[in-house]
Design a protein around this ligand. Sequence first.
Ligand SMILES: Cc1cc2nc3c(=O)[nH]c(=O)nc-3n(C[C@H](O)[C@H](O)[C@H](O)COP(=O)(O)OP(=O)(O)OC[C@H]3O[C@@H](n4cnc5c(N)ncnc54)[C@H](O)[C@@H]3O)c2cc1C
Length: 404
Amino acid sequence: MAENVEICIRGGGIVGYTLALLLARLNLRVGLVKESDNTKSSGQVVKKDIRAYALNQQSKTLLESINAWPGSENVTPVHKMVVHADQNGLVQFDGYDSSNTKKSSSLSPLSWIVDVQSIEEKLSDTLNQSKVVVLNQSDEKRSQNIVSFNAPLTVICEGNKSVSKNQLNTQTIKTPYYQNAMAARVRVSQPNQGIAYQWFNSLAANSNDFEVLALLPLGGEQSNEFAVVWSAPERWISKLKEMPEAEFTDSLSQSTRGLFKDITLYSPRQSWPLTFSKTTQWSGAFNPKQSWVVSGDSAHTVHPLAGMGLNLGLGDAASLYEFLLERELHSSWRPLNDLRLLESYSRQRKLSILGPTTFIDGIQRLFASDYSIASVIRNQGFNAFNNINPLKHWAMKEAMKTAT
Ligand SMILES: Cc1cc2nc3c(=O)[nH]c(=O)nc-3n(C[C@H](O)[C@H](O)[C@H](O)COP(=O)(O)OP(=O)(O)OC[C@H]3O[C@@H](n4cnc5c(N)ncnc54)[C@H](O)[C@@H]3O)c2cc1C
């Protein structure tokens, strides 16, 4: 069966699954190489991922189109977002006017906060009912040569620790943020009302140590639950992970500047190292008959401060699907390993992600700077931005459409 696959997708994360389901709509035999369900690259047993992602309108539409959008119990629309800079700077985003009618009833949510586990389960269920051939990668075979399947096209979606990518003739430029991100879930005393909050806090005077703390509404607008995403220097995250629960909720209360009282932690605390990375070449040939492309975190990673990583990865999947659909409709004589076709995808995606990744990296650096002028720029800049409505609307629309 594996020998007959025309497109081999390597990596069973959200991007790999989504791409497999999209490409299965075409007249192609698609295979997905995934690790066994309870072990991953590290060989360790996988824990339940307690993150919740902020997904934009385009990601929602894409996941709905392949029947992979979870049920409403796992999705909370965000109607308002309040972002605090380290001093008095503040930006507030309200519902987005998608119809330009100025009626409040027509305001679309800014984003949707989705339980990660529920998207993965939905994708897995849908994939099991599709014609995609699932090829389980047992641990001992992980280091096998990636050209072992005869597919004319291989798509690498193995995330940022991709082993297969190391076998390609491409480089990845990596810049560590010197921060880790911690995820957890908490309850507070009042309903979340579909409001997302973010605080940029300096951790010490005259130092470039800072944290970004986000509280994302979970469980619907009437629920009192939030997903926490806390990015900070590694040593602070290690402390936050290990400290007793009461100390943790006190720290959270302090970092949210007293907005929430009676915070209760109801999940484990998990963390990830953070790196800005981009792959220099997104497509190439293994040999004259077989080519490769990269997608998702295998191609790029950004700081989670803007909740964009997966939105960009789903944009890669949507774009590759569009190019292959176009081939099927208008130039099916082109082989799937045609480098000109694959380079069109690479060029388009490199250009599409340039704006968002540069913006996110710029914000991160602005807060990582200990120059007093940077402090003035970020706080006054936040306030000025908040007062220019057309600029805010433009920024929101851009954030909504980064997927393609
Ligand atoms: C704390 C945190 C919060 C975030 N919040 C958001 C957010 O709000 N919104 C957003 O858009 N993004 C967010 N992101 C980014 C998001 O997590 C990633 O962009 C997304 O998970 C990338 O998906 P992926 O499928 O490309 O890679 P991954 O999720 O890394 O999946 C890769 C898969 O490939 C498998 N694999 C690896 N090697 C092999 C192999 N050799 N063979 C077979 N399979 C293999 C892995 O086991 C894994 O299942 C956040 C990230 C962090 C760290």
